[in-house]
Design a protein around this ligand. Structure first.
Ligand code: NAD
Length: 444
């Protein structure tokens, strides 16, 4: 397997991939060790996770260098990602004991009714490349704390980071049988689908997520899917400071080069503020220098989506093409005169390209925001919070942003609707997601 730097398309490293045999061995080892891991006290497991977090902090510069070189994001954004992962781990460390502990919920006559949680067993964590640390910790940290063993398959586009995570887990004291890294692409993923695992947790595209859910459905084990988005943002005609709004929206579109599940991918602007907003927004977009696009064939995908829009009457307001370079670079691009017949307003783009549409009313904005198969996040900018809340309560998405966008908090659930996913990570729901509840009826 060749690891390629997307900023110059040079091979950084060659690695051996796992095959069906080596993956089965890792599975057998996990099976033999999982009960022992689950029998440690919660505190012991949490201490090991704390060691891992300390090691992330200690090695952040080297980790960020590898992440940046294999995935193309600027070093500073890679550092932000690692620091963000450390913060999320703190949330899990501080809150897991409360949620996973035994809870005496009721007494019925002489019968005590108690709720407790068992780990699922051995789970697959099949991950995406765009934020390997952040999307990874959403799954493997609460899963480890709950007592599961994990077969962790990083994306083939973030393998070095995946291997770094595995190395630091071992250094932290997590047994190698309990956290194994599987190196490979979809073929390695397919092997995991065939093993008798106790749960499948996936981050990636709708297409793969749906396929995985179908393949493992007959096992009747939990499946968690964090999938794509086509996240809308509506700029109303009641704004505090239009240039600040434009700055925040541009960041929401272009952070991580638009390669975020919750990147702003379509913008609706009230006609009363359209001209002013666009003047500021395009100025902001002009200021950006983005990193490389991770997957080389994605450059053609972006060009095709733009061409589809142009064929149907869109106009390029800025950008629009690949940048001539050894690496995979694309101009930050804004399209105007767009409509919902165009792929750019309905299909995930996952790059530095956004379409902007003028709307006449909140009702029109709500209709358009809902006119999409995805339902990850939606955002409204308005100084009238009640109006924004009212609009968002009619939009079918798992996350609602008012006067902000493209952000996550470990305290809140991350739960895509429609084609954006199934199940929840983060928050107390994301702590319980890797457990099976047990109801105790105890008559003494
Ligand atoms: P992808 O679906 O191509 O791959 C994801 C993972 O699945 C990789 O590890 C890949 O090797 C594996 N895989 C591919 N085919 C498989 C198969 N047949 N069987 C088993 N495993 C298989 O997605 P990607 O390109 O890595 O990630 C980008 C997508 O992820 C975007 O759609 C993005 O929106 C989404 N994403 C969602 C979230 C979220 O929290 N909702 C977070 C990050 C990324």
């Amino acid at each position: 397997m060749k690891i390629i730097n997307p900023s110059n398309n040079k091979v950084i490293k060659e690695l051996n991939e796992d095959d069906a045999n080596s993956i089965s061995k890792k599975y057998e080892l996990a099976r033999s060790a999982q009960e022992g891991w689950a029998s440690l006290s919660l505190k012991e497991r949490i201490n090991l996770v704390q060691n891992f977090s300390n090691l992330l902090a200690k090695n952040s510069n080297e980790l960020a260098t590898d992440l940046s070189s294999e995935m193309g994001k600027p070093h500073q954004e890679a550092m932000n990602e690692i620091n963000g992962a450390i913060k999320r781990i703190s949330f899990f460390i501080e809150n897991s004991s409360h949620w996973l502990g035994e809870n005496h919920v009721h007494t019925d006559g002489f019968t005590k009714e108690i709720l407790s949680f068992d780990p699922l067993g051995i789970i697959a964590n099949i991950s995406a490349w765009n934020y390997p640390f952040l999307v990874g910790v959403n799954v493997f940290i609460p899963a480890l704390i709950a007592g599961n063993a994990i077969l962790y398959k990083p994306s083939e586009f973030s393998t070095l980071s995946g291997l770094n995570i595995g190395k630091l887990m071992l250094e932290a004291g997590v047994p190698k049988e309990i956290f194994s890294v599987i190196v490979g692409n979809s073929m390695a993923g397919e092997v995991l689908l065939k093993l008798p695992l106790d749960g499948y947790f996936f981050t990636g595209s709708f297409k793969t997520g749906k396929y995985i859910a179908e393949q493992v459905a007959h096992k009747l084990v939990p499946v968690g899917l964090e999938l794509g988005g086509k996240d809308p943002l509506y700029v109303t005609d009641e704004l505090l400071d239009i240039s600040k709004v434009a700055e925040a929206v541009a960041e929401g579109c272009l952070y991580n080069n638009g390669q975020s599940c919750c990147a702003v991918e379509r913008i609706y602007v009230h006609e009363k503020v359209y001209d002013d907003f666009m003047a500021s927004f395009l100025l902001e977009i002009k200021k950006f220098r983005t990193g490389a696009i991770t997957q080389p064939n994605h450059l053609n995908f972006l060009e095709k989506q733009i061409q589809d829009a142009l064929n149907k009457g869109a106009q390029i307001l800025i950008g629009g093409k690949k940048i001539d370079s050894l690496g995979n670079y694309f101009e930050p691009t804004v399209l105007g005169n767009v409509n919902h017949q165009m792929e750019i307003m309905k299909e995930e783009t996952f790059g530095p390209v956004v379409g902007v549409m003028k709307v006449k009313s909140d009702e029109e904005a709500i209709l358009l925001m809902n006119d999409c198969e995805y339902g990850l996040t939606a955002s409204v900018y308005s100084k009238n919070i009640e109006r924004a809340k009212n609009i968002l309560s009619k939009v079918n998405s798992g996350t609602s942003y008012i006067n902000c966008c493209d952000r996550l908090s470990p305290y809140l659930p991350w739960a895509g609707r429609k084609h954006s996913g199934l199940g929840t990570t983060l928050s107390f729901l994301g702590i319980l997601a890797f457990t099976k509840p047990r109801g105790w009826h105890i008559r003494e």
